[in-house]
Design a protein around this ligand. Structure first.
Ligand code: CTP
Ligand code: MG
Length: 390
């Protein structure tokens, strides 16, 4: 059946369907500066994705978002432009998910809905078909409907394996006759439950299960947004000449190389780290090291270049980015880079809080050609891949 004819059939004689988007949580496990429903995931906030999804389902007449108190301005920015006039004023949520849903149920009473869908903003990749499955079951007479999937992992309970064919992982949107859910939330006020159908179980109201979808994942931890990530590559280069000042130490990739002439520069002239920093800034589209650390700044006179790695780390946290891998080449006649490569790898990995195995450092000579070959200086090239959740 086409979605238009399905919807025409469903519309005949049915009452109003209002969808509540639960988006009043703090997203503490996700760990972003803003609650997870407002951050950008693949270029769009989960809240916006959820509203867009619900608005695109013809049977959904109105949508209301429950948001944290004080987040009205951020909500205005994040809210969906493709909501087709279905969006009602947001409602301020409560301390628990249950309280947030109860407050939304109260707020929509004036619209006299017959059915209500409750959807977690955090389940922002929900396919349209899941919403339609729930609405169809409601309209065909069910009082409570949940979409669910069979777990794919083997399951154990208290030391025993459990037949996973008997289990279901429950998703949202969950659908209810409005009066049924409203009464349950009033009766079991502010129960700390992770979904609404659990209230039906307490009162012996049968819950109908319809097909959910494996794609309908909930964003709980940052890694859950992994499949919405994009990868960006950055390239960095730096070169410094050897210094005539015998007191300058040679530092490459954060490692001091004893008994070798040092390089000339404002900071410690660690060309290796500078090339990595430029590669990271390149992948983030944030210019170059000189723009972030002007040579004139007194704080950078003689600075240990590892502070630039720390700076990049903080920048990456703010941009929801992390390093997938780094490949660096240091070009010089001496020192012999292979002797120090392992220490350099772990110093870089430590500075960026990443796994050593994702860092590669190698040396190259130029058979006497060019400034490196004439032992006038050292150059370094780096390629960095970042994973960015936009
Ligand atoms: N939610 C809500 N009101 C609350 C708590 C949660 O509306 N007081 C919403 C969340 O915004 C989310 C959904 O309920 O869309 C599911 O909750 P969960 O994934 O647990 O989100 P948070 O509670 O925000 O995250 P955490 O538990 O990690 O703090
Ligand atoms: Mg929670």
């Amino acid at each position: 059946m086409s979605s238009t004819s399905r919807s025409r059939n469903l519309k005949q004689g049915r009452g109003k369907v209002i969808a509540i988007v639960a988006a009043a949580g703090s997203g503490s496990r996700y760990g972003s500066a803003l609650p997870k429903q407002f951050v950008s995931v693949g270029g769009k906030s989960p809240l916006k994705r959820s509203v867009e999804l619900l608005a695109s389902v013809e049977e959904v007449d109105r949508i209301v978002c429950v948001i944290p108190d004080g987040f009205e301005a951020i909500y205005e920015v994040a809210r969906c432009s493709a909501e087709q006039g279905k969006l009602l004023k947001p409602v301020a949520g409560g301390r628990s998910r249950g309280e947030s849903v109860r407050l939304a149920l109260e707020a929509i009473a004036e619209h006299s809905p017959e059915y209500v869908l409750v959807h977690d903003a955090a389940r922002c990749f929900c396919p349209q078909t899941v919403v339609a499955n729930v609405v169809s079951a409601l309209i065909s007479g069910e009082s409570a409907v949940v979409p669910a999937v069979e777990p794919v992992d083997s399951m154990r309970l208290q030391g025993c394996s459990v037949n996973r064919g008997l289990l279901r992982a429950v998703q949202t949107p969950q659908g209810f006759r409005y009066n049924v859910l409203r009464a349950l939330h009033e009766k079991y006020k502010d129960f700390e439950l992770s979904d609404d159908a659990t209230l039906c179980d307490i009162d012996n109201i049968p819950v109908c299960i319809v097909s959910g979808d494996a794609a309908n994942k909930k964003l709980t931890h940052k890694n859950d947004a992994g499949y919405a990530a994009t990868h960006r590559v950055g390239f960095g280069y730096d070169a410094h000449r050897f210094s005539r000042d015998p007191s300058r130490k040679l530092r490459l990739m954060g490692i001091e190389i004893p008994g070798h002439r040092g390089l000339e520069g404002v900071s410690d002239a660690d060309a290796g780290i500078h090339s990595i920093v430029d590669a990271i800034l390149g992948a983030l589209g944030r210019g170059s090291i000189g723009e972030h650390f002007p040579e004139s700044a007194p704080a950078h006179q003689g600075a240990d270049s590892r502070i630039f790695l720390k700076y990049c780390r903080e920048l990456m946290v703010n941009c929801n980015a992390d390093v997938v891998n780094i490949d660096a080449t240091i070009v010089c006649e001496s020192p012999n880079i292979a002797t120090y490569a392992a220490a350099m790898k772990s110093e870089i990995a430590k500075g960026l809080l990443m796994d050593d195995r994702a860092v590669n450092v190698k040396g190259k000579t130029t058979e006497g050609m060019g400034f490196e070959g004439r032992r006038e200086g050292i150059s370094a090239y780096s390629v960095v891949t970042l994973r960015i959740i936009e």
